[in-house]
Design a protein around this ligand. Structure first.
Ligand code: ATP
Length: 431
């Protein structure tokens, strides 16, 4: 597996990921996505949305606000339970997550550690102009609660029948103690969460269904079979709301770590919110002629972790005719740039003109780059390194025969295509 530093430096150099506020020395474990990173991240999210919402008829989307009524987080248990145990080193003053350190002394300087104490991971801020406890709100540490509190709204407006799900993608914030490993553990990140509401009697079946479905999804879009596995949580490990839980783990360079969690949340959240808000959050079962509180199955994945996993498994170094070729063999839906248009001779105005016309014709529905700033060998290498699916070159003959050369990223095979057929050729292969 490629070293994380190699990926981090490629990400910086090619505009995938920068450190946040870098010119001020950065902000710990907060990251900015550059031009190509924004494309890849959008593609990850769009792919998830496509699989979870568009390709199904039992799931609707939602986009809830990041700020919520503070009572939500008391009811959900986050105010009391969303804590990690923290230890401080008495010598170097560094802080560590108690459950992640394997030694009794400081992992950095071997100094003596304090007793572990709980530390709440939620960020606080204030609404309105007065900074008082009464105006305190939290930045959401998960997107799920936005779905639970809107359960009745979505049910009524979409007229869904059980089982049905609500999907949401959005930012979440956690004041993580142990950070690092690039974007794997950030303080601001994005989640892709589905809350799937089922009849309590059928919930175990759906739990299994979603574990399999999500496990397949990553492999379908580029994660290697040998780098992904399922791990069932031990009883002691389960979150306060969960009856059972599987982690989908990926073999990151630092070892097997969580990519996504699939939890059986029972009726914990709906019941709690109904109790505390005094609003009825049930579902009328027409067959049984009674109200039921659905159980919830929750596949919860991180956009940033999926981004990193897809990138790691796509990264390849090859030898081609004695030269090193770095290529990102990302799935066609994920590749940030679909096509690059490259004029072979940039000092021939007719060639440049033709290449620019092709570029303008292809862009719009997909990300296309135009590049004439190097020799063709260098241009190909630059595009391979960012995973561009097709390179279209325009040469002197193109002026005569109105044909261009299309090079495939993975096979490096070249096709000579009639310009009038090019858009169709690309559409067929990137759809
Ligand atoms: P971990 O044990 O690694 O702290 P978690 O079990 O607390 O993760 P969940 O609460 O299950 O994570 O969150 C669901 C998903 O959100 C995770 O599988 C992960 O992909 C993502 N996620 C959670 N915390 C972070 C973070 N700090 N940075 C990036 N992604 C995160």
């Amino acid at each position: 597996m490629v070293d994380l530093n190699v990926i981090a430096s490629l990400c910086k150099r090619r505009g995938f990921i920068y450190q946040s506020s870098e010119i001020y020395g950065g902000l710990g474990s907060v990251w900015d996505y550059g031009p190509l990173g924004a494309e890849l991240k959008n593609n990850v999210k769009n792919l998830w949305w496509r699989s979870m919402v568009y390709e199904r008829d039992d799931v609707e989307g939602l986009d809830a606000a990041i700020l919520m009524h503070p009572e939500v987080w008391k009811t959900s248990g986050h105010v009391t339970s969303f804590k990690d145990l923290l230890v401080d080193c008495k010598s170097c003053k560094k802080r560590f997550r108690y459950d992640l350190i394997k030694t009794k002394s400081c992992p950095e300087c071997k100094g003596e550690l304090t007793e572990p104490r709980p530390f709440n991971l939620m960020f606080k801020t204030f609404v309105g102009s007065v900074e008082s406890e009464a105006n305190e709100v939290f930045l959401r540490p998960e997107t799920a609660q936005g779905i639970f509190v809107n359960f009745k709204n979505v049910l009524i407006s979409s007229r869904k029948k059980l089982p049905f799900g609500v999907a949401q993608i959005g930012k979440a914030f956690r004041n993580e103690i142990t950070t690092g490993n690039f974007i794997f553990r950030s303080r601001e990140f994005e989640q892709m969460e589905l809350e799937y509401f089922t009849d309590p009697e059928e919930s175990d079946k759906w739990f299994e269904y979603w574990v399999n479905e999500r496990f397949k999804w990553y492999q379908q879009y580029g994660i290697k079979k040998e780098n992904i596995k399922l791990r069932r949580h031990e009883k002691e490990e389960l979150a306060h709301y969960a009856k059972s839980c599987y982690d989908i783990e990926f073999l990151f360079p630092m070892g097997w770590s969580e990519l996504e969690g699939i939890a059986h949340r029972t009726d914990f959240d709906l019941k709690q919110h109904a109790k505390i808000s005094g609003k009825e959050l049930s579902y009328y079962d027409e067959l049984a002629k009674k109200d039921i509180i659905p159980h919830v199955i929750e596949p919860s994945g991180g956009v940033d972790r999926a981004f990193l996993a897809f990138l790691l498994d796509a990264y390849k170094e090859e030898k081609v005719r004695g030269e090193k070729r770095v290529v990102l063999s990302l799935h066609k839906y994920l590749a940030p740039v679909k096509v690059a248009v490259l004029p072979l001779l940039k000092n021939r105005p007719e060639i440049v003109e033709m290449a620019k016309a092709i570029y303008k014709d292809l862009r719009g529905d997909r990300k296309v780059q135009y590049d004439d700033a190097a020799s063709i060998g260098r241009l190909y290498r630059r595009q391979d390194e960012i995973g561009t699916l097709y390179c279209v070159t325009v040469d002197v003959e193109s002026l005569e025969d109105k044909k261009v050369t299309v090079r495939d990223r993975d096979t490096m095979k070249q096709d000579r295509i009639d310009v009038s057929m090019l858009k169709k050729y690309i559409e067929e292969r990137t759809r």
